[in-house]
Design a protein around this ligand. Sequence first.
Ligand code: PLP
Length: 390
Amino acid sequence: MKLATRMSRLGTETAFKVLLKARALEAQGREIIHLEIGEPDFDTPSNIVEAAIKALREGQTHYTPSAGIPQLREAIAEEISNTRGIEVHPDQVVVTPGAKPIMFFTILALCEEGDEVIYPNPGFPIYESMINFTGATPVPIPLLMEKDFRFDIEEFRSLVSPRTKMIILNSPHNPTGGVLTKEDLEAIAEVAIENDAIVLSDEIYNRILYEGEFTSIAQFPGMQEQTIILDGFSKTYAMTGWRLGYGVMPQWLAEQVATLMVNSNSCTAAFTQWAGIEALRGPQDEPRKMVEAFRQRRDIIVEGLNRIPGFRCLKPKGAFYVFPNIEGTGMSSQEMEDFLLNEAGVACLAGTSFGKYGEGFIRLSYANSVENIKKALERIGEAITKMQKG
Ligand code: PLP
């Protein structure tokens, strides 16, 4: 049986592959510290869990409208209006099972052969995968350590062409923790408007920000009509397994994305949507406490990594990842990923899992306990020192 050709263009997320390798070692009795997967180690706040249970008991177990229940779309419109300083109508909101389908659906709906899409590299691997899947041409923009993992705006301008259909942004950024400045966003907005390019702004980490206020590109004049905001509940409310996310976009596009929902999922699970309303409108102290815990862990891991010979690590401004440069060890990214898993019992990801410009780096997620982070640092330090002596 022959697969459709388009399947050969689809990529994947290697975090799940590394998790499998780590689990296989665990099955042999090895103890592994998991710093590979990007999810909060906290439990979902209890008020949200209770809201889901209540919804289930009240019979919220049926199909819902494809774009989401009106009450949640309204709560999301209100949330985005308040946090992004723009006016959003519920008709511009599409609720999906996790935020990832917003990438899938919007890239599928807008991009095709002949189009070019500019996207961050290193970056979330699904962007490149989906661009290739649609037959459009991926145009990577390198993120540079010497620019705090932002990109060079002049280089960005040079990559724009009359074929540029979409620009993908992700700030705070996975895997580097970098944050684009207001000036960066303003310059990008100008280019997007001049070239009539749509911006897919992945803002899933907007609340996990350690300094300053979050700025969305949608805030700049004329940009709301040209921006898709991708956001969700997975990271902010520790709800990765619930599968609840959303996109906010011009209404004409929201209608098309809702049609893709009809053709795929039909709708997002009803009771998780009711829990989403509680997440947005209920008390916000739990997500705030999580960010404070991430900040403490960030400081510990950055300090520890910088003490390891051959490692250089910036202090990230957002998200819960560090992206140290490991070129000083003489190993490639993939060699380091394998070495740390096998010799130190620490699972992490090669920078190249996020694209070719990730060579020379690894990604560690610090969404883990302080105790585990300290143990991982000790083990990495010992393994590297032993390797260098040997
Ligand atoms: N965008 C980025 C940059 C991410 O890192 C992730 C998850 O890892 C997502 C989107 C997807 O989030 P969700 O779990 O809501 O699908």
